[in-house]
Design a protein around this ligand. Structure first.
Ligand SMILES: O=C(O)C1=C[C@@H](OP(=O)(O)O)[C@@H](O)[C@H](O)C1
Ligand SMILES: C=C(OP(=O)(O)O)C(=O)O
Length: 464
C-alpha cells in the first residue's frame, strides 16, 4: 500500500500556525480512528488465520509505520471504502521463518509500533532490526527486552546506551510460557507481550500452549492494558486479568489460553486523546462541543478526561454514541492522571483559565514520551505567562492573571504532536500564540488544524 501523505495538504512548507481568539466554540465533530486501537487491530490481524477488515482505522505516521512494517514481513494491507477501511491478509508464518536475511524495520517515533512489534517478532521468530528517529533511540525499551530474554530462543538486545532502540532480534520463537515484566515506565511492554502470546502459542509446527504474564511492581496507564485484552478477545484470544492478592498494589497476573488469532471484521472507535482537544476548546471558551462516536463505555480510558473537566466545573452530557462538554467557570483541581497521561498537555491549557491552581500527579512516565512532557511542557506554558511548578511526577499550573497585557508568544513543539495540538488551544483565548512545526501533528492527526478550524468556525493563520 502506498504511504499516505503524512502532512496536511494546506500545511506543506508552512512552519507556523496561529489559532485566532474569538467567542465560545460550539459544534460537533468526530476525530479520526484511535491510534491505539488501530495498531492493536493491525497486529492481531497480521498474525491471524485469514483476512480481516478494519473499519474506521487511523491513517497517520504512527499507523503507517506499523502498516509498512507488517507489509515488510509479508502481510497484505489494502485500503478500501475510500480509504476508510483496511483489508489485512495475515502473514504466512512459514515464509517469515524461512527468510534468510535480516529485515530492517523503520518505526519513526511510534512507541506502540516498536514495543508491540518487538514482542510479536520475538514470538514469531526471524531476524529483524527495529529502529527509528533520534528520539525513539532515547525512549526506554529495556524492561521489555529483559522480559523476553528468558523465554526467547536466540538473541535479543538493544543497541543504544541505557536500553533504548534500535532493537536487534534473532529469534527462533519462545520456549517458555511464563514471563514477568516491569510496568512503571510504560504499559506498552505488557500490552506487547500479551499480544505476542497467541503468536508464540499459535506458531506453525509449534505446540499450542498457554502463557502466563506477571507484572512486577507498579503498572502505569492501566486502561491501555484492558484495551489490549479487549482487542485480543475480539480476535478470539482467551485472556484473563487477575490481581494476585487483595491489596490494590497486588501484582497483576495475565493468563492467555493456548490458541492463535482468528481473523475478524473490526470497527475502530474515534481517538479519545484527539477528542480531548475539542472538549478542552469548549471548556476554555465557555462553549458547547459534542464529540461523536465515543461514549462512557469506550475502550479508551482517555474518555475519562471529561471526568476531570466535570470536576473543574464543566457540564458533561453522556450520550449513547457521543460525549458533550459545556464550558463554565473553571476551578483548579488536584488530579492523578496516571491512567490518562496523554491528556495532561490538554489539561494544562484548560488549567491556565481556571480560578485556582491545578496539580497534576502520577505522570512521571510522561518524561519518556515523544518529549519530556513535564519539563518541556512547563517551559512552553511559562512563555504564555503562566507560573508553573515542576514536580517529579507532574506539574502545578497556576492560572494566568495578566491576560489583557499578553501580546503573544512563539511556542516550540519538540516534534511532539500533543504539544502542537494542546498549545494551539491557548490561541482561542490569547492573541498571537504561534505554534512552530504544526505539521508534527501528522504522528496521530494529520488533519488536526483543518478539523479545528472547521469546529471553531474561524480561520487560523499559517505562515512560512
Ligand atoms: O498502549 C497504548 O496504545 C498507549 C499507551 C500509553 O503509553 P504508556 O503506557 O507508555 O503510558 C499512551 O501514552 C500511548 O499514547 C498509547
Ligand atoms: C505517547 C504517545 O505515543 P507512543 O508512545 O505510541 O509513541 C502519544 O501518542 O501520546
Amino acid at each position: 500500500m502506498s504511504p499516505k501523505q503524512s502532512t496536511p495538504a494546506d500545511s506543506q512548507g508552512m512552519t507556523v500556525v496561529e489559532v485566532l481568539p474569538g467567542g465560545p466554540v460550539c459544534g460537533s465533530i468526530q476525530p479520526p480512528g484511535s491510534k491505539s486501537l488501530t495498531n492493536r487491530a493491525l497486529l492481531c490481524a497480521a498474525f491471524a488465520d485469514g483476512v480481516s477488515t478494519l473499519s474506521g482505522a487511523l491513517r497517520s505516521e504512527d499507523t503507517e509505520v506499523m502498516i509498512e512494517a507488517i507489509e515488510s514481513i509479508g502481510v497484505s494491507v489494502v485500503a478500501t471504502d475510500g480509504g476508510r477501511s483496511l483489508v489485512v491478509d495475515a502473514v504466512n508464518r512459514s515464509q517469515l521463518k524461512a527468510a534468510d536475511h535480516r529485515l530492517d524495520l523503520f518505526i519513526a517515533n511510534s512507541g506502540t509500533t516498536i514495543r508491540f512489534l518487538t514482542a510479536a517478532l520475538s514470538a514469531a521468530g526471524g531476524h529483524f532490526l527495529l529502529h527509528g528517529v533520534e528520539r525513539m533511540h532515547e525512549r526506554p525499551i529495556a524492561d521489555l527486552i529483559d522480559a523476553l530474554v528468558p523465554v526467547q530462543e536466540g538473541s535479543i538486545a538493544t543497541q543504544s546506551p541505557n536500553g533504548c532502540p534500535p532493537v536487534l532480534i534473532q529469534s527462533d520463537g519462545w520456549s517458555g510460557e511464563t514471563l514477568s515484566v516491569a510496568g512503571a515506565v510504560s504499559s506498552q511492554y505488557l500490552s506487547g507481550l500479551m499480544m505476542a502470546a497467541p503468536i508464540a502459542a499459535g506458531r506453525s509446527g509449534g505446540t499450542s500452549r498457554s502463557t502466563s504474564l506477571r507484572v512486577e511492581g507498579e503498572l502505569v496507564s492501566v486502561p491501555y492494558v484492558q484495551m489490549t485484552a479487549e482487542v485480543m478477545r475480539c480476535f478470539s484470544a482467551e485472556v484473563s486479568l487477575d490481581k494476585t492478592g487483595d491489596e490494590d498494589s497486588s501484582p497483576l497476573q495475565i493468563n492467555i489460553k493456548a490458541g492463535g488469532y482468528h481473523s475478524q471484521d473490526y470497527a475502530i472507535e474515534p481517538d479519545a486523546s484527539a477528542a480531548s482537544y475539542f472538549w478542552a476548546a469548549a471548556a476554555i471558551t465557555g462553549g458547547d462541543v459534542t464529540v461523536n462516536g465515543l461514549s462512557r463505555d469506550a475502550l479508551q480510558g482517555d474518555v475519562g478526561f471529561c471526568d476531570v473537566l466535570e470536576q473543574m466545573g464543566c457540564e458533561i452530557i453522556h450520550g449513547e454514541d457521543s460525549i458533550r462538554v459545556i464550558g463554565a467557570t473553571l476551578h483548579g483541581v488536584d488530579v492523578d492522571m496516571n491512567e490518562i497521561s496523554d491528556t495532561v498537555q490538554t489539561l494544562s491549557i484548560v488549567a491556565l483559565f481556571a480560578d485556582a491552581p491545578t496539580r497534576v500527579r502520577g505522570v512521571a512516565h510522561n518524561r519518556f514520551k515523544e518529549t519530556d512532557r513535564i519539563g518541556d511542557l512547563a517551559i512552553e506554558l511559562r512563555k504564555l505567562g503562566a507560573v508553573v511548578d515542576e514536580h517529579d511526577d507532574g506539574l502545578t499550573i497556576h492560572p494566568l492573571t495578566e491576560t489583557d497585557s499578553f501580546s503573544g508568544a512563539t511556542l516550540k513543539t519538540y516534534h511532539d504532536h500533543r504539544m502542537a495540538m494542546s498549545l494551539s488551544l491557548a490561541g482561542l483565548r490569547l492573541p498571537g500564540v504561534k505554534i512552530l512545526d504544526p505539521a508534527c501533528t501528522s504522528k496521530t492527526y494529520p488533519e488536526y488544524f483543518a478539523d479545528l478550524e472547521q469546529l471553531i468556525g474561524r480561520a487560523h493563520h499559517w505562515s512560512n
